[in-house]
Design a protein. Structure first.
Length: 342
């Protein structure tokens, strides 16, 4: 948005917030932390099943696109709003650009995988963040002229806010010292929707907290399930459970962490850039470059593998890390330059 608004001769840019994410710390605070202007349109779709949420976004977006008549709709990532935006725009013969294209976990039980595939096959511009995306799109038969290796837009956001993030007092506020704690995020259905699985993961985190302090900013979905399954009293001797954190506070918390335990895709990327060891509690990743180049290790939700990976880090056996190609803070410039030539 910032880069496009620097080129007002070429673009009249409007921001649509679908309202799919509406928790203050997961939505409004993000706008504030990133210094973003208020959205031009807020559809306020809220939560619901995948079908309900996607349908509500599509109905609201169709009305908006018919009224605004844009030349192009740019969608990001792999959430329901991403796919809904691509479907509506394509059916109205409006060009679609997909930022973060080509990522594949090859696990179609993940709703995000369906969203990624559908969005890519409807898009006119496919902006890829890592080499695996180029290979995946080629294997799926998408024309090379649509595909552009642009780099990782999330790293642009991280770099642009890092100076401010380092000034956050969240580490001190929680009574922590740099490099003396781990961070946990947990929200995927495969980890939190089954009581036995969630209970096992929480027991594993308790075991980790016997060795070091663990900070757990708890996603609303996870907290709800912990309460529903009667697991909210599970915890360890040094586990700090908090509400979801804003982007700036979470960036500082990650920057100074000894390690991060997560099932998030984006956090795999951010820890890779920051060279903070990441343990991903999933059996697959749509961001394989974080494993091949970065310090990311895949463990699934197997307690022995998670504890083994944590012990490796705490005992000084962490994996060497690098930063992937074009994760340099200039992705937005490359994307906007391509769109300007369109």
């Amino acid at each position: 948005m910032r880069e496009m608004r620097r080129h007002q001769d070429a673009f009249d840019t409007k921001l649509v917030h679908t309202g799919q994410h509406y928790d203050r710390n997961l939505s409004q605070l993000l706008f504030e932390d990133l210094g973003m202007a208020e959205p031009d349109f807020n559809l306020g779709v809220g939560s619901g099943s995948h079908a309900e949420q996607t349908a509500r976004v599509m109905v609201a977006l169709e009305t908006l696109i018919l009224a605004e008549r844009p030349d192009i709709v740019v969608v990001f990532g792999d959430v329901n709003s991403t796919m809904a935006g691509a479907i509506v725009a394509a059916k109205l013969s409006v060009k679609v650009a997909h930022v973060e294209s080509g990522l594949r976990s090859f696990d179609r039980t993940m709703p995000e995988e369906i969203n990624r595939i559908v969005t890519d096959h409807l898009s006119d511009y496919l902006f890829v963040s890592e080499p695996s995306g180029l290979e995946n799109l080629r294997h799926e038969g998408l024309p090379d002229e649509k595909v552009h290796f642009a780099g990782n837009i999330m790293i642009d956001s991280l770099i642009s806010t890092l100076r401010v993030a380092k000034q956050s007092d969240v580490v001190e506020r929680l009574g922590l010292a740099p490099r003396q704690y781990g961070v946990v995020t947990l929200h995927r259905p495969s980890n939190v929707d089954d009581p036995e699985t969630l209970g096992s993961v929480l027991d594993t985190l308790a075991a980790v907290s016997a060795r070091t302090t663990v900070v757990f900013p708890c996603h609303p979905r996870t907290r709800h399930n912990m309460e529903k399954f009667g697991l909210n009293r599970r915890g360890g001797p040094s586990m700090i459970l908090t509400e979801p954190l804003g982007y700036i506070d979470f960036s500082r918390l990650t920057f100074d962490a000894r390690f991060v335990l997560t099932d998030s895709g984006g956090i795999q990327e951010e820890t890779t850039y920051l060279k903070v060891p990441c343990i991903t509690m999933r059996d697959n990743t749509e961001r394989p470059v974080t494993v091949t180049v970065g310090s990311n290790v895949m463990t699934g939700n197997d307690p022995a593998r998670i504890l083994g990976a944590v012990n490796d880090i705490l005992d000084g056996r962490k994996k060497p890390a690098g930063i992937p190609e074009l994760w340099d803070g200039h992705t937005a410039e490359r994307i906007v330059e391509i769109l300007r030539r369109a």
